[in-house]
Every structure is written in structure tokens, then in C-alpha cells.
Design a binder for this molecule. Structure first.
Ligand SMILES: *[C@@H]1O[C@H](CO)[C@@H](O)[C@H](O)[C@H]1NC(C)=O
Ligand SMILES: *[C@@H]1O[C@H](CO)[C@@H](O)[C@H](O)[C@H]1NC(C)=O
Ligand SMILES: *[C@@H]1O[C@H](CO)[C@@H](O)[C@H](O)[C@H]1NC(C)=O
Ligand SMILES: *[C@@H]1O[C@H](CO)[C@@H](O)[C@H](O)[C@H]1NC(C)=O
Ligand SMILES: *[C@@H]1O[C@H](CO)[C@@H](O)[C@H](O)[C@H]1NC(C)=O
Ligand SMILES: *[C@@H]1O[C@H](CO)[C@@H](O)[C@H](O)[C@H]1NC(C)=O
Ligand SMILES: *[C@@H]1O[C@H](CO)[C@@H](O)[C@H](O)[C@H]1NC(C)=O
Ligand SMILES: CC(=O)N[C@H]1CO[C@H](CO)[C@@H](O)[C@@H]1O
Length: 460
């Protein structure tokens, strides 16, 4: 008896230790990782000034570069591409300039690359609507995957109450996801910020993108807030905000309704913070996919704090293809409310978004230190939590704390586990018995076996 009590206490101590240790690792990383982006210097006074709804004169010592002054018609029919290009040249080469797309008008603009570096900290004030030509057949063959893209900028603010509309309807109809007889070809991303740093995006609406709505690629220090993404639930591959190769990114107070992932975070991205996000319809908030075609995928240090997901086909998802390498680690999801969400919590190391089924392979992108804290709401699927991990590369240190996911139809929700280790504490509903101990094998054995004996002992 004494031995049992002793072992139980030992096990408890081990568990407490593991929890404390993992929390240390997480909070250390996060505090350290996000200090930089939290302290990014943006000139907030100026930003208030430029939030004014319309511009008719120059203010605050800024030089206004209005696309209308370069011959833009703004009638939604005339081709305003040249006017935008010329306005860009002027604005980008002038210190203290504001590139203005004025409100109340609609500008038709072809695929265009807006290149930096620019002199000074450019402000791009978009209050009007910019629309893309809607016919895929006439799309500029030199820019098959981009509509509006901004590259090589530093310290740029893009803001306003304007709308970026990809006119995607014909692209969607031509997608192989819509009609299997169509060839699978990529469509343009609507709005891309590439190879840039210290970028702020505020207030814009992205809608009806041809494929992804808003892409951040190979950037450092980006803050996105109060953006709205709105594309139909059945529009194929229209990710809301897509991050690739980017570090120190904050996405805040944003609302995303679309046909693919609300947010997708892929390779070589780290220090990503999302706060106060509404998602749905859509495919949820995703890390991945990673590891396709045996590639290396690395994502680390991601926090989602405060989110509401409604009617999405996944909730908090990590998806990797078999055969990949690399890792996903240090991810924390907290304070998330779900309503009518399929697969609210899912790690899928068998992701296969291809017409052919994927071969089982032994290598995989390794997944560890993933924490779910205070996640509640309703699940559309029986498996409210799913940890489908590779037998050869298991998921480690998965931590659940205060989870309450109920099925919509009142039946009992379940947790699916394959090859996963970790811990759970607090209320866990549905229960996740696969996660009771640390990833340390010796601890698992002691823990499982002797905790149950301890219970029997107290019942006696
Ligand atoms: C925009 O694209 C159309 C084809 O859709 C083309 O006719 C037109 O010349 C392009 N405009 C410019 C300024 O390149
Ligand atoms: C980006 O700008 C830098 C100067 O700041 C220049 O040297 C470099 O060639 C530019 N890169 C691209 C891809 O345009
Ligand atoms: C799919 O595309 C083919 C060829 O363009 C067309 O004949 C068929 O009607 C389409 N099917 C649907 C469901 O739209
Ligand atoms: C992912 O990023 C790493 C660098 O961080 C790179 O080595 C690797 O090739 C990238 N993978 C893909 C698929 O681009
Ligand atoms: C990935 O690796 C597996 C195992 O080595 C191999 O069978 C497969 O052909 C590879 N796939 C690709 C796309 O290279
Ligand atoms: C749990 O998350 C919800 C949002 O879903 C929030 O309202 C609540 O305050 C959180 N609880 C705690 C203890 O942080
Ligand atoms: C691949 O592995 C998974 C998980 O171990 C298993 O459920 C599935 O049946 C396997 N598929 C094949 C084709 O071997
Ligand atoms: C170390 C120890 O006491 N292990 C025991 C834990 O409980 C199981 C039975 O559930 C025993 O088989 C182990 O020997």
C-alpha cells in the first residue's frame, strides 16, 4: 500500500513537472518571439490622420498621389492599369507620399506588380474598389498566379475602407475542384505582399478572389488588422489569409468567410500571432499543408488567442502529407468558441488533397508541443477531436486543458487517437484517454498503470 501511494505521488510529481516544463517552454518561446513584433514602431498618429474617409487636399505634410490624376477612369469598365502603374512610380519615388485610390469609384486593374524599394514610408490609402478583369482566357500570361502584388517594400502602410475584388466567378467555374473534367491549373492570388518588412495592413475588404484572397510571402514583421475577407463558401481554394515564409506576423480583429482555410500558415513561417478572429464559412484555421511530394515543412511558434468559428469544415487543423520532413512545434490555441464545426480539433498527418490516393510512407513532418486551452462549442462530426498521427513519427507533447466540445445532435462526441502522446488536465470533453502522460515512455507506463491502481485503492 505504502508503495502504491509512493508511486502515485511520484507520478503526480512527474506530471506536474511535465506540465510546468512544457508551459515554460511555450511561454518562454512566445514572450521572446513576439516581443519584437509587439514593439514594432508604427507611427500611430499619422495612421489616425489617414483614417479619414475621403481626401480632397494634402494633409500633414504628405504628398497626395491620386490615381485619378493619372487618368484612371474609375468607372469599373475602362482599363485603369496604366494609371495605377504611373501613380505607383510617382508615389514610390516620392518621400512622404500617399498613394490614394479614392472612395466611391471602381477601378478595373490588370495583373500588376508594384515594386519597391520606395523612398520613405509609403502610405497606400485604398478607399475605392479595385476589381480584376473577370475573364480567365484574357489573363496576362506573364502573371498567371498573381493579380495585385507588392514586393520589396519596407515600412509601408496599406489601409482604407476599400475593397479588393478578384471577380473570381469564372475562375471558380473553371476549377478542377468544381468540375472534374476541367484541367487542374492554378489561378491568381488576389493580393500579395512579398519580400517586404514592417508592413501594416488595416481596414481593407478582400472579396471574390480568383484563388487565395490575401497572401503574405517571405515577409518579416507584418501587422494585419480589421480586415474582412468575403468569398463564397463554395469558391475553390480561396484561402482568406495565407502566410508563407514569413515571420513576426500579427493578424488581429479580422473576420474571414471563404471557401478554403480562413488562415493558412505554411512552410518557413514562425512567430505568428492571431487574435480575435472570426472564421466561417471556411475550412478553419490551418497550419499546413506541409510535406507534399516529400518536401520539408517547418512552422513554429504560433498562437491563436480568441476566435469564433462557425459552420466551418475544420476548426483548429494541422495538416501534413505523408513522406514529408521538418516539423511543426510550439503552437498554442486558446479561448476558441466553435459553433457547428466539423473536426473542431484535428491533427492530420495523412492529409491527401489529390485526385489519387496517397501512398503510406514512413517519413512525416514531426508534430510536437501543441497546446489547446479553453476550447468549447459544438461539433458537427462525431470525432470532435482527432489526432491522426503517423506510426513512425508520432505526435508528441499534445496538451489539452479545458476542452468542452459537444455534438450538435446531442449524441456523445469522441476523440480519435493514433500514435499520439501528451497530457490533458482540467475538464476534457470528450475525454482523451490517449493523452494522460508525457511523451517520456517510462513516465507513460508508470502513469497509466499505477494511476488506475491508485483509483481502485481509494474505492476500497
Ligand atoms: C489588360 O488586359 C487586357 C486583356 O484582358 C488587355 O487587352 C489590356 O491591354 C491590358 N492592359 C494593359 C494596360 O496592359
Ligand atoms: C529589393 O530592394 C533592394 C534595395 O533595397 C534591391 O537591392 C533588391 O535588388 C530588390 N530586390 C528585388 C527582388 O527587387
Ligand atoms: C463540366 O464541364 C464539362 C466540360 O466543360 C461540361 O460539359 C459539364 O456540363 C460540366 N459539369 C458541370 C456539373 O458543370
Ligand atoms: C521550407 O523552408 C525551408 C527553409 O526554412 C527550406 O529549406 C525548404 O526547402 C522549404 N520547403 C519547401 C517545400 O519549399
Ligand atoms: C517520396 O519518397 C517515397 C519513398 O522514398 C517514394 O516512393 C516517392 O516516389 C517519393 N515521392 C516523390 C513525389 O518524390
Ligand atoms: C474561454 O474562452 C472564451 C471564448 O471562447 C472566453 O469568453 C472565456 O473568457 C475564456 N475563459 C477563460 C477562463 O479564459
Ligand atoms: C495507411 O496508414 C493508416 C494509418 O496507420 C492506415 O489506417 C491505412 O489503412 C494505411 N493505408 C494503406 C493503404 O496501407
Ligand atoms: C511500479 C508498479 O507498481 N507497477 C504496477 C502498476 O500497476 C500494474 C497493475 O495495474 C502492475 O502490473 C505494475 O506492476
Amino acid at each position: 500500500m505504502g508503495k502504491i501511494v509512493f508511486v502515485s505521488v511520484l507520478v503526480l510529481l512527474l506530471l506536474v513537472n511535465v506540465i510546468a516544463h512544457v508551459e515554460d517552454i511555450l511561454s518562454d518561446n512566445f514572450d521572446h518571439g513576439f516581443g519584437e513584433v509587439e514593439n514594432l514602431e508604427f507611427e500611430d498618429e499619422e495612421i489616425e490622420l489617414f483614417d479619414m474617409p475621403s481626401w480632397s487636399s494634402q494633409r500633414g505634410g504628405k504628398i497626395l498621389v491620386n490615381v485619378d490624376s493619372f487618368g484612371a477612369a474609375g468607372d469599373g469598365v475602362s482599363d485603369d492599369t496604366k494609371a495605377f502603374e504611373n501613380a505607383w512610380k510617382q508615389a514610390c519615388s516620392t518621400a512622404k507620399s500617399v498613394l490614394l485610390v479614392p472612395p466611391g469609384r471602381t477601378y478595373l486593374v490588370n495583373a500588376t506588380k508594384f515594386r519597391g524599394p520606395c523612398s520613405g514610408k509609403l502610405i497606400i490609402q485604398i478607399d475605392g474598389t479595385i476589381i480584376a478583369p473577370d475573364e480567365p482566357k484574357n489573363w496576362d500570361p506573364k502573371s498567371p498566379r498573381n493579380w495585385l502584388s507588392f514586393t520589396n517594400l519596407t515600412g509601408t502602410t496599406i489601409q482604407g475602407h476599400g475593397v479588393i475584388d478578384g471577380s473570381g466567378h469564372k475562375w471558380w467555374a473553371a476549377s478542377c475542384k468544381k468540375n472534374k473534367t476541367n484541367p487542374c491549373v492554378g489561378a491568381p492570388s488576389a493580393f500579395t505582399i512579398d519580400q517586404s518588412s514592417a508592413i501594416k495592413v488595416k481596414g481593407l475588404t478582400f472579396q471574390n478572389s480568383q484563388q487565395m484572397n490575401f497572401v503574405i510571402s517571405h515577409c518579416q514583421s507584418v501587422r494585419i488588422y480589421s480586415v474582412l475577407v468575403s468569398s463564397p463558401e463554395d469558391s475553390p481554394n480561396t484561402d482568406g489569409i495565407h502566410l508563407t515564409g514569413s515571420t513576426n506576423v500579427v493578424i488581429q480583429n479580422s473576420k474571414i468567410a471563404t471557401g478554403d482555410d480562413c488562415v493558412s500558415i505554411v512552410n518557413a513561417s514562425s512567430n505568428i500571432k492571431m487574435k480575435n478572429i472570426a472564421c466561417g464559412p471556411g475550412h478553419g484555421i490551418s497550419i499546413g499543408s506541409l510535406g507534399k511530394d516529400n518536401s520539408t515543412g517547418i512552422v513554429s511558434r504560433v498562437v491563436l488567442d480568441t476566435a469564433f468559428l462557425k459552420g466551418t469544415t475544420n476548426g483548429l487543423r494541422i495538416k501534413t502529407w505523408q513522406g514529408g520532413s521538418g516539423y511543426v512545434n510550439a503552437v498554442r490555441y486558446q479561448n476558441v468558441k466553435m459553433e457547428d464545426v466539423a473536426n473542431p480539433i484535428i491533427i492530420d498527418q495523412f492529409y491527401c488533397d489529390s485526385p489519387k490516393s496517397c501512398k503510406n510512407q514512413t517519413s512525416a513532418v514531426e508534430i510536437s508541443q501543441i497546446m489547446y486551452l479553453n476550447i468549447s462549442g459544438t461539433s458537427k462530426t462525431a470525432e470532435a477531436m482527432k489526432f491522426a498521427c503517423s506510426d513512425t513519427v508520432p505526435c508528441n507533447n499534445i496538451i489539452l486543458n479545458n476542452i468542452n466540445l459537444q455534438r450538435m445532435d446531442g449524441k456523445t462526441a469522441q476523440t480519435y487517437c493514433n500514435s499520439v502522446t501528451g497530457i490533458n488536465y482540467g475538464l476534457i470533453e470528450p475525454s482523451a484517454d490517449c493523452l494522460t502522460s508525457s511523451s517520456d515512455k517510462s513516465t507513460i507506463e508508470e502513469c497509466e498503470v499505477n494511476e488506475s491502481e491508485h483509483l481502485i485503492h481509494t474505492e476500497l
